[in-house]
Write a protein that binds this ligand. Structure first.
Ligand code: NAD
Length: 479
């Protein structure tokens, strides 16, 4: 029997059964049942967060440190159980699910430390006898809206800094992955957060998410998801003159030069393009490969793809789990058809796979002979699909890498210090990797992109403070 997971509003678990959570590795497996909030509950949650803000924002670092540290400790202690549940609801492999859970614990630990390090500045005024202090304060009620592809890490990297800097929260997770979201809210609630400080409103984006966008009492919104929803968040936020931060899509290039170590380049490409079923905003979906290494690189990738174990996310041997749901699977298959129609050659994969149980299994797909003008090179597919673009040299590779509406991550595989250094300086992306996959980042440094990928201050690390605080300048004349 499944337990009904409810929404947390003003310290109370509320709501009726609304939606079912289905395991994409086995659609006969129902992960759980979840309450679905409506506009009225979103309104109550926002009012509760508003009422809780004055006390929480003045609570001082020790109270906030205690809750965040306790949360980190519990997540770490339960990493195998939570990681398994994450893999079950989202479809990433067990190892990736546990890895993501550990990352969430590390993020809460990092921001627990930040509560004790918050500082200001004091300078003499230009007027004799006057002192000037610059301090940071919480912004107020923060709306947090998250996507399905990192069910625990993305909520952690928004919720932890929001709480650390004294904000109160209304959190709306993605419909496909409510269990991971509910779990961290439950842990934070039991760790001792006062009522109203953190409110969970699971439900539909078009209903509960939209109700958050339309409410003037939400002082800031941190959003990760698709470009189209990001634009809605932006328009509504400008209307209400509120702070907002958007992390959206990517079409990340991995450049492979003739002098690359072939084994390193193949590892980077296979990991970056296909791990987590290609469902990462940082995935390397464009493989930009120099003429001299092109054929060896393509052969080596095909050989690796042929050996990958694709199957049930909960099977420890699985290296690539299923696609998250039917809608995403259709999108992946549509783009595979589009690539063929555009004249790219499907060099490997792209077929649906049958496994023991009904699930959304797709063989990783590799296109060759593609150009950067094709739709498969310009639009985010968000699945295990990558295409190789052949170039003559480094200069052409850099130009192709930068010729995209997105700018989240980029990578280069080379043994040339000159080209690596030039690429780091001239790549139009927020994060640049040398001889590393475009996906896979540290939790204590800034995360974010440029152009159509991101808007507003960076997330994570100490840079998170830019979004979750506002600066106050105070002048004192002591007489
Ligand atoms: P999505 O835009 O469909 O949904 C994201 C969130 O917005 C969900 O919680 C959804 O319910 C909510 N939402 C939908 N309509 C809304 C509305 N009208 N008002 C308010 N909220 C609404 O995105 P998704 O399919 O869940 O996630 C995949 C996308 O996320 C991809 O484009 C991917 O690149 C992006 N992503 C980006 C990053 C990054 O850091 N740049 C990280 C992970 C995922």
């Amino acid at each position: 029997m499944t337990v009904l997971r409810k929404n947390l509003i003003d310290g109370e678990w509320l709501g009726e059964a609304g939606s079912r959570n289905i395991n994409p590795s086995n659609t006969n497996d129902i992960v759980g049942e979840y309450a679905s909030a409506g506009p009225e509950q979103a309104k109550q949650a926002i009012a509760a967060a508003k009422a809780a803000f004055p006390a929480w924002s003045r609570s001082g670092p020790l109270a906030r440190h205690a809750v965040l540290k306790k949360t980190s400790d519990e997540i770490m202690a339960r990493k195998d159980e939570i990681g398994r549940s994450l893999a079950r609801e989202e479809g990433k492999t067990l190892a990736e699910g546990v890895g993501e859970t550990i990352r969430a614990a590390q993020i809460f630990d990092f921001f627990a430390g930040e509560t004790l390090r918050l500082s200001g500045e004091m300078v003499p005024s230009v007027r004799p006898g006057v002192g000037v202090e610059m301090t940071r304060e919480g912004v107020g009620v923060v709306g947090i809206i998250t996507p399905w592809n990192f069910p625990i890490a993305i909520p952690a990297w928004k919720v932890a800094p929001a709480l650390a800097y004294g904000n109160t929260i209304v959190f709306k997770p993605a419909e496909l992955v409510p269990e991971s979201a509910w779990t961290i809210v439950d842990i934070l609630h039991r760790a001792g957060l006062p009522k109203g400080v953190l409110n969970l409103v699971m439900g539909k984006g078009s209903v509960v998410g939209q109700a958050m966008l339309d409410n003037p009492d939400v002082n800031a919104i941190s959003f990760t998801g698709s470009v189209s929803t990001g634009k809605r968040v932006a328009a509504a936020s400008v209307e209400h003159m509120r702070k907002f931060q958007l992390e959206m899509g990517g079409k990340n290039p991995l450049v492979v030069l003739d002098d690359a170590d072939l084994a390193v380049a193949v590892d980077c490409a296979v990991n970056g393009a296909y791990f987590s079923t290609g469902q990462r905003c940082t995935a390397s979906s464009r493989l930009i490969v120099a003429d001299g290494i092109h054929d060896r690189f393509v052969d080596a990738i095909k050989e690796r793809l042929d050996k990958l174990v694709i199957g049930d996310a909960l099977d420890a041997k699985t290296q690539i789990g299923p696609v998250v749901d039917q809608t995403q699977l259709k999108q992946d298959e549509d783009y595979i058809a589009i690539g063929r129609q555009e004249g790219a050659e499907l060099a490997f994969g792209g077929d649906r796979l049958e496994r023991g149980a009904p699930g959304f299994y797709l063989q990783p797909a590799l296109f060759v002979g593609s150009t950067n003008a094709m739709r498969i090179s310009r639009e985010e597919i968000f699945g295990p699909v990558a295409n190789v673009i052949r170039v003559k040299d480094y200069d052409e590779a850099l130009a192709v890498a930068n010729d995209t509406p997105f700018g989240l991550t980029s990578g280069i595989c080379t043994t040339s210090l000159k080209h690596a250094t030039h690429f780091k300086r001239n790549s139009e992306a927020g994060m640049v990797m040398v001889n590393l996959p475009t996906a896979g980042v540290d939790f204590h440094v800034p995360f974010g992109g440029r152009k159509g990928s991101s808007y507003g201050p960076r997330e994570q690390g100490r840079y998170a403070m830019e979004f979750y605080t506002t600066v106050k300048t105070a002048y004192t004349f002591a007489g």
